[in-house]
Ligand binder design. Structure first.
Ligand code: TIU
Length: 220
């Protein structure tokens, strides 16, 4: 165990049982023309965290710990997309519609790929998920159990949507959750601040937050 300076109180990192989950660092969310921009968002703040996420991934790989990547995307026939999700968004910019990076948020399209700087290595787990949370309708929990993971470090986008949803799913399943504060971002700065605060409120009710450097130091 190594103790990390974290909030709301230090986090005891178990280097034999921790894994990293990198949420939805996809072109659809980070690049102009993708799903994120189609919803009216400025994607630049999300692009800015890519080097930090890359450092975190490199640290987990160097420590021999699992790195799991997720992508929010849907089957080409959209059979896994609930009608209520499909109906949202502006006309012509909905899930499945053609965009500059292929069909928006559809599996296998260029926009659904993870940005090249953060490409998964061969053998790393990559999960396509139809929901905001990475446990819903995916084999994530089976993978974690097989790997003996009981603690999850989190990075990715967006803080208050897919990252927070997955942290809450993980917390309810008994995993200790640690969010890398500078390796996550939102289209709405105030939502990121609020999400970090609500995660660590009431004695880490959802989990802990810490800086990437502190996490890397404990892994080294
Ligand atoms: N729109 C938004 O903030 N997020 C998403 O739709 N998905 C993720 O957070 N990955």
């Amino acid at each position: 165990m190594k103790t990390i300076p974290a909030r709301p109180f230090p986090f005891a990192l178990d280097r034999e049982r921790v894994g990293l989950i990198v949420i939805d660092m996809q072109r659809d969310f980070l690049e102009p023309g993708g799903f994120g921009e189609s919803l009216g968002n400025d994607v630049r703040p999300l692009q800015a965290i890519v080097p930090t996420v890359a450092r975190l991934i490199a640290g987990f790989r160097a420590a021999g710990r699992p790195v799991i990547h997720t992508r929010e995307c849907h089957a080409p026939d959209l059979s896994d997309c609930p009608p209520a999700k499909l109906a949202r968004g502006a006309e012509g910019q909905r899930i499945g519609d053609p965009g500059p990076m292929g069909r928006i948020l559809v599996r296998g399209e260029p926009g659904a790929q993870i940005v090249p700087e953060l490409s998964p290595l061969p053998g790393e787990i990559v999960l396509d998920k139809p929901g905001k949370g990475a446990f819903h309708a995916t084999p994530l929990e089976e993978h974690l159990q097989r790997l003996g993971i009981t603690q999850l470090a989190f990075a990715g986008v967006t803080t208050e949507v897919c990252v927070q949803t997955t942290m809450r799913e993980a917390n309810d399943r008994g995993y200790d959750c640690l969010l890398a504060e500078d390796a996550t971002e939102s289209y709405f700065p105030e939502f990121k601040v609020a999400t970090l605060a609500m995660i660590r409120a009431q004695g880490a009710i959802v989990g802990w937050t810490a800086g990437t450097d502190a996490i890397l130091e404990a892994l080294a």
